[in-house]
Design a protein around this ligand. Sequence first.
Ligand code: NOJ
Length: 539
Amino acid sequence: MPEPTIWWKHGIVYQIYPRSFQDSDGDGIGDLRGVIDRLDYLNDGTERSLGVDAIWFSPTYPSPMADFGYDVSDYCGVHPDFGDLATMDELIEKAHARGIRVILDFVPNHSSSQHPWFLESRSSVAASKRDWYVWRDAKPDGSPPNNWIAVFGGPAWEWDQATQQYYLHMFLKEQPDLNWRNPHLVAAMHDVLRFWMRRGVDGFRIDVMDRILKDPDLRDNPPAIDRNAARRFGQTALQQHTQDQNWPEIIDAVRAIRKVADEFPERMTVGEVFGPPENIVRYYGGPSLDGLHLAFNFSLVRIWDRRWTAEHVRAKVEAFAAALPSGCWPNYVLGNHDVDRFASRVGADGRGEERARVAALLLLTLRGTPFVYYGEELGMTNARVPEERLRDPARTYGRGRDPERTPMQWTPAGGFTSGEPWLPYGDLSRNVEQQSADGRSLLSLYRRLSWFRRSSDVLRFGDYAAVDGTPAGVYAYTRTYGDERLLTALSFTNEPIAFELPASLAVREQIISTHERAGAAASQLIELAANEGRLLRLG
Ligand code: NOJ
């Protein structure tokens, strides 16, 4: 029996940061019309396009933009910077016509402080929606109810002078936390999901899934064991988040969200969850598979130069797979709008592009859903954003997150907008126009890999097995489906390296080399140039 293809398992998901993908009206801010104009780049049904199966947008809702859309003031609208509901409808329709599914970002942990719900909630202690947010009295000495720290720094509580109580905000004070213990709030949020699914939205990336419920007694978080971590991750790393993150009852809320998604056919949910694999996989709901369809596996996102080693990457891939309950499906992410660009994270010695090629082969030949962040296919690096143009309010991570959110690089001149882009461009020597014309570019490699994957049962469905006994610096694995078998061999070293494959893994032909080496003759001796990856057919 052939395996059924399930889009969110076997397809490639492409993340669009809508402010930065394509501007159609010259205001310097990307918009939905711009995305419509670029749909052919994403998938025009031919190998000239990227061949993605789904796009996920960071939030496009009305918002004061305190956190660039992660502060929603109307869950059922579209911010005028991006367009309107009619444009969203058109986008969904045109994406679907090309076989591209549309995933929206659902932001359940907090709304904007300008959301009408919060305006009502803060109007008086007796307000009908008071309990839709988390309000508490001060301690007798006037201090906040507990020691929780906001992810972006400072106390997680803001004093409201008018009603003489604190409200909780795990992020900015402009992002008050919603109270998922209130059934009316929960019903309203479920209706938001239905609203979009009725319009044809295929799924949701769920923001901060791991914080929507906290300790109902609001007990203090204990201090961190490794206080040095605070240097890298900010103040919030000064505490262990036992009371305000991954609270056990969240899984019940997750199951209820899943039930709503299941009211509509073929919808999916993918949650943003942090912690070790054992924690992340809990959100899949266990053997009953009644939780999220996917919970982000960020283990490759946490890789910087020193961790880009064969041993570390293999260990991370296998730890996640081993933790997954049977029936649950893995996923892989190299980057997103919250972390340094992959090519920069592993490129301190100037070899980021080579490693980005190896990472592309890894991402697109592993068993699990690949998530690609816009521009990753070009090897976009962090942009240098001058101090006066920095826009991200979250400076927790040092310089903020603007360098990884800069405009998509379409042409040598930019091509993102006819006006002044909201953030400056990065290194425009990496652009779609030139990389499209160059069969050896990273973009061409992505296109080849993605179309090969789309046509390959073994890459979409096949089992994974690591090849043991490869030399240090090499990670190799097979994918097997029926009597088809492929081998991915990846070098993580700056020196050429070779190893002999056992006769049981007989090499038939080369499919792809990240170094575009000519299809080497079938040989059991696997030669890899420095930082080369090769995909071979066995059998
Ligand atoms: C995670 C999002 O990815 C990030 O961009 C945002 O600032 C926070 N959640 C708060 O919503």
